[in-house]
Design a protein around this ligand. Structure first.
Ligand code: NAP
Length: 417
């Protein structure tokens, strides 16, 4: 029996608490004191439950694109009919409520007839990459809102509901049918107390490997460098346009001389910072990272993270080439300390990182448990050079794994831990 049914049988109501979802004997406290709007009476609770479940399922399809944001689905109703649905589909993109409002605007049903917004998660009341959804709902003049779950972040929890109620909107909390445990468990780990206490950006490790898990192909394949098809490379460009920073190691800079720029189909309006972890400042000042991006491509500022007090002449030469030099503590084995790197990035406003590096730095990230999400492309290439990532992968716990195909490449996406 589902939790919602168990609660119903006990005459109680499902609610989320610090120890997970449980049955609460106090449904009125959760629902609020507002009188039920006549339009809601015409919407049966089973219909709303089904709608919340359906919106949650549809929203979670976008989980790897939106994380660490939550997967959220929303629908606008007019006299019991859905006139628009929307989903948060990409990190930095519009929230589900705004997408649903835009879809409803295209439906031909006048906004004056929209009577209900159903949304799987409490609407945001603060300004992030987009304006607060509470404001968009108020501007649309929707008289009632049905919410499937409260924001788990204690700093925001309940605020969106309060603001809507204060503005005269009827707000109903119908918990237990699109729970974050089901729809967006990654958002619960993002909001876990120790993550809030010691924040660090969400880190997506992306790499391409041969069938044997090696990150460098045999010399005679792909100019000794390329493993995957152009379609996969295009996907990576899209991902680059959806992160705040790309982190790499000096080993990759010396071997590949990458630009780490964003090119179409990636969003060149959002070029991420380029971060090189380079303890001994071995990055050449004439590396392509410092070249002017070509037409139609964009490159974010370059920061080289080293151990404080490193070779001053080298640091000067790199600064003259255009790099910012950041001196941090040394961590294990004398390399730049990863905790310092990620604390610095967080303080610089970076929230979503793509790790595009070789096996050395990848393994250090896995050892330090600093990887939140994976995107691994396996090309149809046999053999390869350098260490295989196969062992590291076997020792990692993958959640919500998705295996898909991209032409000849196999793609694995998952959350870690
Ligand atoms: N297939 C792919 O997706 C892909 C992607 C990138 C690279 N590659 C390949 O990977 C190869 C390079 O591998 P790699 O392992 O040498 O490169 P890497 O992992 O990018 O860089 C390793 C270097 O990072 C530096 N580093 C700084 N802080 C560190 C820390 N906390 N922990 C560990 N290292 C730290 C270390 O040098 P210092 O201690 O001197 O700082 C280390 O030698 C190349 O062949 C390249 O083509 C493949």
């Amino acid at each position: 029996m589902m939790l919602a049914e168990r609660c119903e049988a006990a005459g109680e109501y499902p609610s989320a608490g610090p120890s997970g979802v449980s049955c609460s004997p106090d449904p009125d406290a959760l629902r609020g004191d507002n009188m039920v709007h006549p339009a809601l009476e015409s919407l049966s609770e089973p219909l709303l439950r089904r709608l919340l479940q359906e919106l949650g399922r549809q929203a979670s399809v976008h989980r790897f694109e939106v994380a660490p944001n939550p997967c959220v689905g929303a629908a606008i109703l007019a006299a019991g009919e859905i006139v628009g649905r929307g989903f948060h589909q990409a990190w930095g993109g519009p929230h589900a409520e705004r997408e649903a409002l835009a879809a409803a605007a295209l439906s031909g049903v006048p906004a004056s007839e929209w009577d209900t917004l159903v949304v799987t998660l409490e609407p945001c009341s603060s300004t992030g990459k987009t304006g607060p959804c509470v404001q968009a709902i108020l501007e649309a003049g929707i008289p009632q809102v049905v919410v499937g779950a409260l924001d788990p972040d204690p700093r925001h929890r309940g605020k969106g509901l309060e603001e809507l109620r204060a503005a005269g909107v009827q707000v109903h909390l119908l918990e237990g049918f699109s729970t974050l445990e089901d729809v967006a468990p990654h958002f619960l780990s993002w909001n876990a107390p120790d993550r809030i206490r010691r924040p660090r950006p969400w880190t997506i490790a992306k790499w391409a490997q041969t069938r044997t898990g090696q990150l460098t192909p045999p010399e005679h394949v792909g100019e000794g460098r390329w493993i995957t098809t152009p379609a996969s490379l295009n996907e990576v460009q899209v991902l680059r346009g959806r992160v705040d920073a790309i982190v790499t190691g000096v080993g990759t800079v010396l071997a590949d001389d990458p630009r780490l720029t964003v090119r179409p189909p990636g969003d060149i309006a959002r070029a991420p910072r380029r971060i090189v972890l380079d303890t001994a400042l071995l990055t050449p000042p004439d590396a392509r990272l410092f070249a002017q991006p070509g037409p139609g491509e964009a490159g974010g500022p370059v920061t080289i993270m080293t151990v404080a007090g490193m070779d001053a002449p080298r640091a000067r030469a790199l600064q003259e080439a255009g790099a910012e030099i950041v001196g941090l503590h040394a961590g294990p084995f004398g390399h730049v300390a990863l905790r310092d790197v990620y604390t610095w990035l967080w303080e610089a406003g970076v929230r979503r990182v793509m790790l595009e590096c070789g096996p050395t730095l990848l393994r250090r990230h896995f050892d330090a448990e600093f990887v939140d999400q994976l995107r691994i492309y396996t090309g149809s290439v046999n053999g390869g050079r350098g260490p295989s990532m196969a062992d590291s992968l076997q020792s990692i716990k993958l959640r919500e794994r998705l295996d898909r195909e991209q032409g000849e490449d196999a793609v694995l996406e998952a959350f870690v831990g």
